[in-house]
Write a protein that binds this ligand. Structure first.
Ligand code: FAD
Ligand code: 2HG
Ligand code: ZN
Length: 480
């Protein structure tokens, strides 16, 4: 549909035939070789309904050995493959561009082990994030990552996108929390890097290549991840700021005054709030009208309720005295806390209901974020609505441009401006969603030419025929 049409199918790839299907059925079983129209339709379209492929085959392996056998065969036949998890990716990376075979490890969803002393969880890559969260909750632990798509995304997909999310501020990125993984490379070889150690300096740490490589180097089959203990005292505050400068100062104050208990610092602007109120069922603004220019969601997580409350109150008092916040509430119970989180986490869903979205996921110096938003509003006028929110504590802006339909005139106002601006201001054109199909040709805005060449060499080493997630991540011209 949109954008994908400009790319040509790589003619070195074979076309699927009936012998291929028979081969797969022999070792995967009839029911895990899926050719039904409905299932294929869902697997061919991405979460935003923006990218659409035309794959005729979805495979569901049950073990690493089956993944290995699939890839070995596809590589020898030169059948292109797209690894798919929960299909919640936002850059067109999880769906085929043409007729690639879709491989989904959703049946590989076992928890292999959990060590209560070290907090190390080892599981298969098809585990759904929310199920891991519930499992750990029963053990008195939490996942170091949380995101709005938790109900469907898989840990293998999270690792492959190096997903950031709502807790990165406190627990850091998956490059720190993933202690090991197992991955199958394009020729079917199984790379066992499933360490459970915090420290292991024996040579190159190859697991990092697979964290954030978006299925372009291998299929992740198992993951070992460090999980923090669940702490008893969690507080959520929802605050209003009159201007962006106050948001920035509030962030600095939160880091200083809340220190080690700060676990999230999210922001949304007035346009985001309006969308949430208009398009999400049961959502209401906990703060009375009128709407404010900016809202900040702060979460603290600690182990001592009275100490944490005292800290939070002192922080809020200081912020009020300095006129950094114009209104606010502290959630009184779990229900109120989760309804505040619902506003923030529901914005992507509200956007999809409001129409089509041009989505940009940018890392920027915090003091530059609102300059870009303002410039974008000026450029677009009333062609489209600019919606800004994100993980302010991590310098991550989710710049979403909402319109009733995709339109070249709108796109021309956004690109390449947004990429040039980000590059000029030392930002990244992908903070956490990845490059996928959307930004494969934009990587040079954020990485030097030599770096990209080394990436292309690594890709060629691990996937010489280029069968894994073709057309994604790197410019076609460098890997085909
Ligand atoms: P998919 O979407 O299926 O795939 C994503 C990429 O990973 C693709 O390139 C695919 O080929 C590859 N892949 C998937 N599984 C494997 C595997 N086992 N081995 C190798 N490659 C694989 N992202 C954030 O970083 N932070 C957020 O806060 C956040 N919030 C979101 C909220 C919503 C409502 C939605 C819809 C998305 C959000 N995302 C967020 C996007 C994010 O990338 C995904 O939600 C998640 O990490 C992708 O997991 P998935 O299992 O759905 O993978
Ligand atoms: C979030 O933080 C996700 O809600 C999605 O990363 C962001 O839709 C987006 O732009
Ligand atoms: Zn995000």
């Amino acid at each position: 549909c949109f954008m994908a049409t400009k790319i040509e199918r790589n003619s070195t790839f074979a076309q699927l035939n009936s012998d291929d299907i028979s081969y797969f059925k022999k070792f995967l079983g009839e029911k895990n070789v899926i050719q039904e129209e409905d299932a294929l339709l869902a697997a061919n379209i991405d979460w935003m309904h923006k990218y659409r492929g035309s794959s005729k085959l979805l495979l569901q392996p049950r073990s690493t050995e089956e993944v290995s056998q699939i890839l070995k065969y596809c590589n020898s036949r030169r059948l292109a493959v797209v690894p798919q998890g929960g299909n919640t990716g936002l850059v067109g990376g999880s769906v085929p561009v043409f007729d690639e075979v879709i491989v989904n490890v959703s049946l590989m969803n076992n928890i292999i082990s959990f060590d209560k002393v070290s907090g190390v969880l080892v599981c298969e890559a098809g585990c759904i994030l929310e199920n891991l969260i519930s499992f750990l909750d029963n053990q008195g632990f939490i996942m170091p990552l949380d995101l709005g798509a938790k109900g469907s995304c898989q840990i293998g997909g999270n690792v492959s996108t190096n997903a950031g999310g709502l807790r990165l501020l406190r627990y850091g990125s998956l490059h720190g929390n993933v202690l090991g993984l197992e991955a199958v490379t394009a020729n079917g070889e199984v790379l066992d890097m499933l360490s459970t150690l915090r420290k292991d300096n024996t040579g190159y740490d190859l697991k990092h290549l697979f964290i954030g490589s978006e299925g372009s180097l291998g299929i992740v089959t198992k993951v070992s991840i460090l999980t923090p203990p669940k702490l008893s005292s969690v507080n959520v505050a929802f605050l209003a700021c009159k201007d962006y400068f106050s948001c920035q100062k509030l962030l600095l104050e939160a880091k200083r005054k809340l220190g080690e208990i700060l676990s999230a610092f999210e922001f949304l602007d007035e346009q985001s709030m309006t969308l949430a109120l208009n398009y999400l069922e049961g959502v209401r603004n906990p703060l009375p009208p009128p709407l404010h220019n900016f809202y900040i969601l702060i979460e603290t997580t600690g182990s001592n309720e009275s100490y944490d409350k005292e800290k939070l109150e002192a922080f809020l008092l200081g912020a009020m005295e300095r006129d950094l916040i114009s209104d606010g509430i502290v959630a009184q119970d779990i229900q109120q806390a989760s309804s505040v989180w619902r506003i923030r986490e529901g914005i992507p869903e509200a956007l999809t209901r409001a129409g089509v979205t041009y989505k940009y996921d940018l890392s920027l110096p915090v003091d530059k974020i609102n300059d870009l938003v303002k410039e974008m509003r000026n450029r677009l006028g009333n062609l489209a609505t600019v919606v800004a929110y994100g993980h302010l504590g991590d310098g991550n802006l989710h710049l979403n441009i909402s319109a009733s339909q995709y339109d070249d005139a709108i796109l021309a106002q956004i690109e390449p401006f947004v990429y040039e601006w980000t590059s000029k201001n030392q930002g990244s054109i992908s903070a956490e969603h990845g490059l996928g199909l959307m930004k494969a040709n934009k990587i040079l805005y954020s990485k030097s030419p030599l770096t990209v060449q080394v990436m292309a060499s690594i890709k060629k080493l691990l996937d010489p025929n280029g069968i894994l997630n073709p057309y994604k991540v790197l410019p076609q011209s460098m890997v085909a």
